[in-house]
Design a protein around this ligand. Sequence first.
Ligand code: TXA
Ligand code: MG
Length: 346
Amino acid sequence: METVIYRLPDPREDTWLEHAAETLQRGGLVAFPTETVYGLGAAMSHPPAIRQVFTVKVRPNDNPLILHIYELGQLAEIAREIPPVAYRLAERFWPGPLTLVLPARPEVPAEVTAGLPTVAVRMPSHPVALALLRKTGIPVAAPSANLSGRPSPTTGDAVVEDLFGAIDVIIDAGPTGVGLESTVLDLTGDRPRVLRPGGVTPEMLAEVFGPGIVEAPWRVEAQRPAAPGMKYRHYAPKAPMKVFAGPVEKVREAINGCLRMDLPQGKKVAVLGFEDSRDRYPGAIFKSLGEREHPEAAAHRLFMLLRTCDREHVDQIYGELPTTQGVGLAVVNRLWKAAGGDLIEL
Ligand code: TXA
Ligand code: MG
């Protein structure tokens, strides 16, 4: 398939918008930026296009998709029994990185929900995403625009790397802001529950629900391993990865202990660490997660750094974990998953 790439700002200006919207309307696939990660879109009205999304990503078909909307009026086309708190959340956090899981209307195709009675929906804040959704006029199902299992794409180049030649259009508008996928909040149970931590933090949700109401563990596995006992890796780099939590000095000591085993064997080792650890891992390739106190930087960079490790063919990756404050919770969750659960608490 011939993939058309638009790099914005594009000299062809609004032709990208016309072309991309028309592609979605006729059942084609378009990769577009959101404020979290790049999405791979198909219109809700075209179930075969949605099936194609699963095919090109090699995504297990029991994993449901998020519908993307540009105005609140579209919510009632998708969801039913919408509780008042959903509107309060929408008012506070939309457009933005919050996905709500609500009871689905029967019109939502099973291709989107994977046959569940519920549907996930969000309104992204990236101006390119909003313009595209408005022009298309139909809710757009969009998972992250990566091959299943790989780190989600936070740059246009990462989308090109995974999907060039397999989809119709790629809109490259540079690096995304948040860098991690949206917070998925399930509103269909007895208590609101975070199924995937993200840019909207538990602290921010507590501003709406009050303290102690929302369940938000970081050890959440939205997708189950295919077979019991199978190690499930998601967002995963090619090299094996191990991550460490605990007091900074102990973490550095533990990682250096590992380096003393790996380096004499000639292994190429990368350490993902915070800026204050920059000179603490002699012999390793240091990849900075930014300032320890500001996990937003780690969120923004993490997936890009994991893809860089692949490109540089490193043999082993070690990672320092931030605290679970704020967006740190989402960073810990993604590092834990990238490491296939290989998390050592010191
Ligand atoms: O930031 C994001 O959310 C990005 C951008 C493109 O919007 N999208 C994204 O999609 O990350 P995806 O498909 O990679 O992740 C969707 C997540 C999965 O964990 C899926 O299990 C969950 O949402 N999900 C979707 N529908 C659901 C439902 N009805 N109930 C529970 N979880 C659901
Ligand atoms: Mg994904």
